[in-house]
Design a binder for this molecule. Structure first.
Ligand code: IPE
Ligand code: IPE
Ligand code: MG
Length: 246
């Protein structure tokens, strides 16, 4: 069972509101996405400083391909440019970068940058940064089912051995603990096909702040709120208190 510590070990964020941030300033949507990269940088630093160990950021959903082509292209260009610019700093600051999602759908240039960035940071272990890109919770569950079914039809896995634990190992987040806290910016209160399986017992925190305006102070507000939550995992409050006294 995950612990009840006041600092979340793993935070996941739906970074929403870049478009509205830009619109409010009469700027193109791409300007909001660019500004969002600065919020990513300050949030990584603030999380590491606060003692968080894993951060999973939703950068591009499986449904975001349906946006206007110009926006999709500008996002892909921004991913490439950000990797070019930021990987050195990640290497130096002990951050390991990993992508979760169906990255095979990206253009070759971006796929190469992703592979290089993962390789360059692979020896780091202070902090794990997961970028969910071309990620969808339903995709994740279906791809896990496909691999499991193949193992079963190949005679390598007896059906009775498919447990919740086993199933989790086939998800793209296989070796990660589930997120303790999921933050969504920009006022929307929905999961938008993010970590559907993994968020079963995650605490949710919503803020109206647009993603480009998210910073250390906003993170602290989320951490303060998380610190007040009572996670029960199906037990009673009395049981939780008895186990923390023990
Ligand atoms: C989140 O901001 C970034 C991505 C989905 C890539 P949006 O682009 O969704 O911003 P809004 O929701 O239009 O304001
Ligand atoms: C979720 O935001 C995806 C990312 C933050 C990458 P969206 O803006 O795509 O979600 P909806 O469409 O408002 O549900
Ligand atoms: Mg949005």
């Amino acid at each position: 069972m995950p612990d009840n510590h006041s600092i979340p070990h793993h935070i996941a964020i739906v970074m929403d509101g870049n478009g509205r941030w830009a619109k409010k300033r009469f700027l193109p949507r791409a300007a909001g996405h660019r500004e969002g990269v600065n919020a990513v940088k300050s949030t990584i630093e603030a999380c590491a400083k606060a003692g968080v160990k894993i951060l999973t950021l939703f950068a591009f959903s499986s449904e975001n391909w349906k946006r206007p082509k110009t926006e999709v292209v500008s996002l892909m260009d921004l991913f490439v440019a950000s990797l070019d610019k930021e990987v050195k700093r990640l290497v130096e600051s002990g951050v390991r970068l990993q992508f979760v999602g169906d990255c095979k759908q990206f253009n070759q240039k971006l796929q190469d940058k992703i592979a290089e960035a993962e390789q360059a940071t692979s020896a780091n272990s202070d902090f794990l940064l997961n970028i969910a890109a071309n990620y969808g919770g339903r995709w994740d569950i279906v791809q896990a089912c496909q691999t499991l079914c193949k193992q079963v039809t190949d005679g390598k896995l007896p059906v009775e051995e498919i447990t919740e634990q086993k199933f989790s190992e086939y998800l793209s987040t296989a070796l990660l603990p589930d997120p303790d806290l999921l933050i969504r910016t920009a006022g929307e209160q929905r999961i938008s096909n993010f970590l559907l399986w993994q968020a079963a017992y995650t605490e949710f925190y919503y803020t109206d702040v647009f993603w480009p305006d998210f910073d250390e102070y906003q993170l602290q507000l989320a951490l303060d709120e998380y610190g007040k939550r009572k996670r029960k995992f199906g037990l009673t409050q009395e049981q939780i208190e008895a186990s923390s006294d023990a």
